[in-house]
Design a protein around this ligand. Structure first.
Ligand code: FO1
Length: 354
């Protein structure tokens, strides 16, 4: 499958060098998108078997705002969802945690009355948290700890936490600004049923992007915002000082993929989050929330929506954001790879119009 998008982007960079793709994502949707992105890169790479250019490289900058300490262990839900998803060892039904999981240790912890009865750490999953926590306690940074964990599998992508600082997403659920819950408690314990007044990223002002993140953004030929929650996943990554600026300064086109289809999220709680910040719960509303690269603070050069929302293409393009509509349900890696193909074509349009 010759891909005009890839060629156009490659002209942008050194034709012989592998194309560098950097994607910003959360966990459950991010894992599905990363699998499709890898499938696409390998498919294009295979089609070019006799060709010189090496297959593209993929770097996933993953949200760490869901991270928390539990039973003395550092739990990184989104990093683990993307890692398990790319490794093919994830629980496909739940979208998080390990396939074939058991919960014997968690039951014992409850019997001892420790831990959170609303957040279950499976036995296999616990090994990840124990190994990660051991490395962190030895002074290893989260980037290196993630690399060591991921090196057990051949993921076909590099995983980077957005930051090595503990910047936890918290949700203000009451009138008083101090009345906040960790995001995971708001979502897992209360299913986002408590109206969110505000989302906070505790610790963000003193945080910096993790080592490698700014290079992965500046050196990319293509920058993609995965169809993750624009507030608590993509938004939490953008809350790390320097990342939004790096995306705006990057030479590569920034293409976002809508997490909202037909006015609703596919999984998770993006609708509740968007309403809480006064953004419209629609594909166009998310594009307007993220903003056009031509607007102050804005990010998007292109915005990919589902065919259901094809009627919003003109509204999004009126902001100077190039838009297209294709099927966005990531039900198989091949279908997700088709979405990635559409991202490349949109990026090629952006590059051609410059
Ligand atoms: N989600 C739940 O709904 N219930 C759980 O008990 C739960 C445990 C859990 C443990 C480890 C982990 O990495 C993720 C876990 N999740 C659980 C999913 C988690 O809420 C999501 O992965 C994201 O953080 C929210 O999108």
């Amino acid at each position: 499958m010759e891909d005009a998008g890839v060629d156009a982007l490659r002209q942008h960079a050194d034709p012989a060098a592998p194309q560098r793709i950097t994607v910003l994502s959360g966990g459950v949707g991010g894992a599905k998108f990363a699998r499709g992105l890898r499938h696409y890169v390998q498919r294009v790479g295979a089609d070019r078997a006799g060709d010189t250019p090496a297959p593209a490289t993929v770097t996933c900058v993953v949200n760490t705002g869901d991270d928390m300490w539990l039973n003395g262990l550092r739990v990184c839900p989104d990093l683990d969802s993307v890692m398990y998803g790319l490794a093919g060892v994830n629980d496909r039904e739940r979208g998080w945690g390990r396939a074939g999981e058991s919960e014997r240790v968690s039951a014992e912890l409850l019997a001892y009355g420790v831990g959170a009865d609303w957040f279950t750490l499976g036995d296999l999953d616990l090994a990840t948290h124990i190994a990660r926590t051991q490395m962190l306690r030895e002074g290893t940074g989260l980037v290196e700890a993630t690399r060591v964990l991921a090196s057990r599998w051949d993921l076909g992508a590099t995983l980077l936490p957005a930051t090595e600082h503990e910047v936890e997403t918290r949700v203000q659920v009451g009138d008083h600004p101090g009345d906040t819950l960790h995001f995971e408690e708001w979502w897992v314990r209360h299913r986002a049923a408590l109206p969110a007044r505000r989302f906070l990223h505790d610790g963000a002002p003193s945080a910096v992007p993790a080592p490698g993140v700014l290079d992965a953004i500046a050196g990319a030929d293509l920058l993609i915002l995965a169809p993750s929650n624009p507030i608590v996943s993509i938004g939490a990554i953008l809350a790390i000082p320097g990342i939004r600026e790096a995306l705006r300064a990057a030479g590569a086109p920034v293409i976002g993929v809508s997490p909202i289809i037909g006015g609703a999220h596919v999984l998770g709680m993006a609708a509740q989050c968007l309403r809480a910040v006064g953004a419209e719960v629609s594909a166009a509303g998310v594009a307007e929330h993220l903003g056009s690269a031509g607007e102050p603070e804005g990010l998007l050069d292109g915005w990919l929506m589902d065919t259901t929302d094809a009627g919003s293409v003109a509204r999004v393009e009126a902001h100077g954001i190039r838009a297209a509509a294709v099927p966005l349900l990531m039900t198989t890696d091949a279908l997700t790879a088709d979405i990635v193909h559409a991202v490349h074509q949109l990026a090629a349009r952006v590059v051609a119009d410059r």
